[in-house]
Design a binder for this molecule. Structure first.
Ligand SMILES: [Zn+2]
Length: 454
C-alpha cells in the first residue's frame, strides 16, 4: 500500500527492472509563487531537451524533471523496466493514503521533425513576442501537460494545500512508438499495483474554440497488408485475373467504404473518433528495372498496406466479414495479414471506455473542477488515434484524455507545433483546480453515496 512506502522501501520489482529511489524531505514551509516569466522559462527548458524518437535523450529529460520534482517537494523514483528507458515516478503523499490515488500521466518522448520546414528550430522553444507563441516539438504533445501538472502542484503547495489521497505523476518513455516499454510494461509492475490507482489523466487534443476537449476512449488500430496474386501477362493483353486487377477491385471497395465513413464526419452526423477510418499506407507492385519498371508486363504480385482505426462500439464480426469477403476474398486470389490488431475491448470483454456521465463518480468532479477554474468541457469524445491511456483502460481503470489547450490549432506531429503562452498559463490554473478537487475527499459537489464509491 502507498501508506507503507518510506525512504527505506525495498519493494519487489518486475523482472529485469532496476529501481533507483531518492526521497526528499518534504518542505513544510510554503515556497513563494513563481512569476509567469519563470514558469514559461521552465517550460522552454523542458522543450529544449531533444527527446525525439528514434533516439530520445531520456537521461537529460529525467534529470531535468527530477530537479523540478525536488522544487515541487515531490518524492521521486526512477524505474527502468527496460534498460535505457527510464520512467520517472513522482508522489505527493496524501493525508489518507489508503484511498484510491490519482495518476497524472505524460510521455517524455516526441515524434521526429523536419527542422528545415519549421520557422523556428523544433528544439529552440522560441517565444514569438508578438503572438505569444512558443514553438517547439512537444509544445502540444505533450511536454506542456507534464510541466503543467508540476506547476499546478507547486502552486497548490505554496497555497498550503494538502491532498487527502495520494497524487502520482508519471513521466513515461516510448509513447510515440507504441508504449510497449513504457506504460504497457509499467501497468504490469509491482510498483504500479502498489499505487492503488483510482483514476488516470492522460493526453488529449487542442480545440479551436473556447471549450476544452475531453476523451473517454480511443479507436483501436488494425494495420494490415493485402496481397494479390494473378497470372502475369503481356502489357497489351486484356484478360481477367491479373494481380493488379484483383487488387484494384479491392481498392475500389475500400475507397467506397472510406468515403461512406468520411461523409458521416463531413456532414457532422458523426465525430471523427466515432467512425471507422481506412487509409492507404503503401502500394507495392511492378517489376523493377535499374531505371524504373518494366512497362509491357503485368506483374504476378501486388500488395497494399492499410491503416484502419476502429471505434470502441464497432461491430467487429461485421468488419472481419467485410475484410474476408469484400476486401481480400480468396476467390480473387487475395490474402491478408495483420501487422497489428488491437482489441476494442478491455480484459473483462467490455468496450474499453471510461463512462463520462454520473455513473462514474470521477466525471462530475472533473467537470466541476474545470468549470471552477473558468473553463468548460466539450462533449466527451473518442480519441481518433492511440495514446497510453488505452493500457489503463484495458485493465479496467477509468482514464480521461485531457490537454487544456483551447483556441489552438491541432499541430501534434506537424511542422511549427506551438502553444501560446497564455493558453499554457491558463492550463496550469485548470490543473490546479482539477488536482485540488480530485485530491479532496469531502467535496461539496459530491453526495455521500458517490463519496463512498470513491
Ligand atoms: Zn502524445
Amino acid at each position: 500500500m502507498a501508506s507503507k512506502k518510506s525512504s527505506t522501501r525495498t519493494s519487489p520489482m518486475a523482472a529485469g527492472a532496476s529501481l533507483l529511489l531518492f526521497l526528499l524531505p518534504l518542505a513544510i514551509s510554503a515556497a513563494s509563487p513563481s512569476s509567469d516569466a519563470e514558469v514559461i522559462s521552465r517550460f522552454q527548458e523542458y522543450l529544449r531537451i531533444d527527446t525525439a524518437q528514434p533516439a530520445p535523450d531520456y537521461a537529460a529529460a529525467v534529470a531535468f524533471l527530477r530537479g523540478q520534482a525536488d522544487a515541487a517537494g515531490l518524492e521521486a523514483s526512477t524505474l527502468e523496466l527496460v534498460a535505457g528507458k527510464p520512467l520517472l515516478l513522482l508522489r505527493w503523499p496524501g493525508r489518507r493514503p489508503s484511498l484510491p490515488s490519482v495518476l497524472l500521466n505524460s510521455h517524455t518522448d516526441v515524434v521526429p521533425s523536419e527542422p528545415h520546414k519549421w520557422e523556428h528550430p523544433p528544439f529552440s522553444a522560441a517565444l514569438d513576442e508578438a503572438s505569444g507563441r512558443i514553438y517547439a516539438r512537444g509544445s502540444q504533445d505533450m511536454k506542456c501537460v507534464g510541466m503543467q501538472y508540476l506547476e499546478a502542484i507547486r502552486r497548490l503547495r505554496s497555497a498550503g494545500f494538502i491532498p487527502d489521497r495520494d497524487i502520482y505523476l508519471t513521466f513515461v518513455p516510448d509513447e510515440e512508438i507504441g508504449g510497449h516499454d513504457g506504460v504497457e510494461a509499467f501497468v504490469k509492475s509491482t510498483e504500479f499495483k502498489e499505487m492503488n490507482v483510482g483514476l488516470v489523466l492522460d493526453e488529449g487534443l487542442p480545440s479551436l474554440g473556447e471549450e476544452y476537449r475531453v476523451f473517454y476512449g480511443e479507436r483501436s488500430p488494425w494495420w494490415l497488408t493485402i496481397k494479390a496474386k494473378g497470372a502475369p501477362g503481356h502489357g497489351a493483353k486484356l484478360y481477367d485475373g491479373s494481380a493488379m486487377e484483383n487488387l484494384m477491385k479491392s481498392v475500389e471497395a475500400i475507397r467506397k467504404f472510406r468515403t461512406s465513413q468520411f461523409d458521416l464526419v463531413k456532414s457532422g452526423a458523426k465525430a471523427e473518433g466515432d467512425v471507422v477510418s481506412v487509409n492507404f499506407a503503401y502500394l507495392k507492385a511492378g517489376t523493377p528495372t535499374p531505371t524504373g519498371f518494366v512497362m509491357n508486363l503485368q506483374p504476378s504480385e501486388a500488395e497494399i498496406g492499410l491503416d484502419i482505426r476502429l471505434p470502441p462500439g464497432v461491430h467487429i464480426e461485421a468488419m472481419e466479414r467485410r475484410l474476408a469477403e469484400e476486401w481480400a476474398p480468396s476467390s480473387r486470389n487475395l490474402t491478408f495479414e495483420f501487422k497489428q490488431k488491437a482489441s476494442v475491448l478491455d480484459k473483462f470483454g467490455k468496450p474499453a471506455v471510461t463512462p463520462a456521465d454520473s455513473s462514474n463518480s470521477w466525471w462530475p468532479l472533473l467537470e466541476e473542477a474545470v468549470k471552477r477554474a473558468g473553463g468548460k468541457l466539450g462533449k466527451p469524445e473518442i480519441f481518433p488515434a492511440s495514446t497510453d491511456a488505452r493500457y489503463f483502460r484495458e485493465i479496467g481503470l477509468p482514464a480521461f484524455g485531457f490537454s487544456p489547450m483551447a483556441n489552438t490549432p491541432i499541430l501534434l506531429h506537424d511542422h511549427n507545433e506551438f502553444l501560446s503562452k497564455d493558453e499554457y498559463l491558463k492550463g496550469i490554473g485548470i490543473y490546479e483546480s482539477i488536482i485540488r478537487t480530485l485530491a479532496t475527499l469531502k467535496d461539496s459537489n459530491v453526495d455521500e453515496e458517490s463519496r463512498a464509491e470513491l
